[in-house]
Design a protein around this ligand. Structure first.
Ligand SMILES: NC(=O)c1ccc[n+]([C@@H]2O[C@H](COP(=O)([O-])OP(=O)(O)OC[C@H]3O[C@@H](n4cnc5c(N)ncnc54)[C@H](O)[C@@H]3O)[C@@H](O)[C@H]2O)c1
Ligand SMILES: O=P(O)(O)OC[C@@H](O)[C@@H](O)[C@H](O)[C@H](O)CO
Length: 376
């Protein structure tokens, strides 16, 4: 069995590539980062460390790697031979990896394969599939779609930015969850150990995005305002913990009401998530967790979608608004989206910026509430 994984970064090496390898796949990483690719090519293996007391180290071996810029033909050939093609590059990068995937799928003949985007976004594989379809020749499209499944998925494991003496080593939290929408697989089911296949992904991805990621982003933005550097540090601040807890009660209300998740189980899930954020052995910079505020403040993302749903259910978002306010004020010179957001806020009336960034109309109640909060 062969797998090609685009994105040899934190989650690529620390979770998806490792799980594919442990499930018996011959894994080829594809990345634009020449240093990482060269190191993987030279060593053919790397270490995954569990970020916990006396955490074990696992060696992931037999790894191949290709540079997606200088070895494009080989990337396309690898995709053509792969049973499973995955990505963890960031939602904004999917458009760039679509072409080599499309060219590989064109070349594969009648081989069955799966393409799965492992990104923090609702319908990420749908997005990738749409880009891929733009690059597949019209005469090949029907065959490619017949022989390829494109299931959406949700991935959960905190893997911070980090530096080790051995640069390929990656420390990860022990917890992990990879959920795949089985109803979107019409080809042969893949062999993926420790993956949960579900008949409908929507509740799972929304529960993950609106609990883990809403909570994480709330801690990051509030923590950044208070001058902390890491999630762990911010989680020692009881004011922040209290706000994030209320924010997760707000999203929890949406999740239990709309998807029927059991209230007790949702509370246990929230507690577990907050414990994960408090892991002393994970040093996760607020700047990583808050990265790309324009994406995080967009219509179907971790703040605006649950806040809109809460309003539609007749409840008022309070703590979510605190997080949204802090996100609008996230001012980090190294983050291009943060810089763009701050420039927008200086150049245009706030109500226009809020409507543009959130994708809501200026008349929307939530826009008015965000404006009032920002002017508070
Ligand atoms: N780190 C986490 O805790 C975590 C957990 C769950 C999901 N995710 C999701 O996984 C995705 C990746 O996040 P990450 O934290 O691993 O980021 P990362 O920056 O560590 O890794 C992304 C990798 O993609 C590579 N890349 C960029 N452009 C590319 C291209 N055109 N072709 C091939 N590779 C390219 C980068 O060089 C980098 O190595 C994001 O969607 C993120 O939301 C991250
Ligand atoms: O990757 P992002 O930018 O969507 O969100 C930042 C973090 O919240 C995220 O990477 C988490 O660590 C991860 O989603 C945990 O599963």
């Amino acid at each position: 069995m062969k797998a090609v994984h685009f994105g040899a970064g934190n989650i690529g090496r620390g979770f998806i590539g490792a799980l594919l390898s442990k499930s018996g796949y011959d894994v080829t990483f594809v990345d634009v980062n020449a240093e990482v690719i060269q190191a993987l090519q030279e060593k053919g293996q790397y270490t995954v460390l569990m970020a916990e007391e006396n955490g074990v180290a696992e060696v992931i071996s037999g790894i191949h790697a290709l540079n997606s810029v200088s070895e494009l033909d080989a990337v396309i050939a690898a995709v053509a031979q792969a049973d499973v093609i995955t990505t963890a590059v960031g939602p904004n990068i999917l458009r760039f990896v679509a072409e080599p995937i499309a060219k590989g799928l064109e070349k594969k003949g009648d081989k069955q394969s799966l393409v799965i985007a492992c990104e923090n976004a609702i319908g990420a594989t749908d997005t990738l599939r749409a880009y891929i379809e733009e690059h597949v020749h019209a005469t090949q499209l029907a065959r490619v779609l017949e022989t390829t499944s494109f299931p959406n998925s949700a991935v959960d494991r905190i893997v911070p930015n980090q530096r080790h003496e051995e640069p390929l080593t990656v420390a990860v939290e022990p917890f992990f969850e990879w959920v795949i929408d089985a109803s979107m697989i019409h080809t042969q089911m893949p062999k993926l150990d420790d993956v949960l296949f579900v008949p409908d992904l929507t509740p799972f991805i929304e529960r993950k995005l609106f609990t883990v990621n809403t909570g994480h982003a709330t801690v990051a933005y509030l923590g950044y305002q208070k001058g902390y550097e890491t999630i762990y540090e911010a989680m020692q601040d009881q004011e922040i913990v209290a706000t994030v807890r209320v924010a997760l009660q707000e999203t929890g209300y949406v999740l239990t009401t709309v998807y029927g998740f059991d209230k007790e189980q949702q509370n246990a899930y929230i507690n577990k998530v907050l414990n994960r954020f408090s892991n002393f052995y994970v040093s996760d910079e607020l700047i990583r967790v808050g990265r790309s505020p324009l994406r995080k403040l967009s219509r179907y993302e971790r703040f605006i979608k649950p806040a809109s749903m809460l309003l539609a259910l007749g409840q008022q978002p309070e703590a979510l608004l605190e997080g949204i306010k802090a996100a609008f004020q996230f001012d980090v010179a190294s983050d291009t989206e943060s810089v763009e957001l701050q420039e927008k806020c200086k150049a245009s009336p706030l109500i226009d910026v809020i409507a543009e960034v959130t994708g809501l109309s200026k008349e929307d109640r939530l826009v008015g509430m965000i404006l009032a909060k920002l002017e508070d």
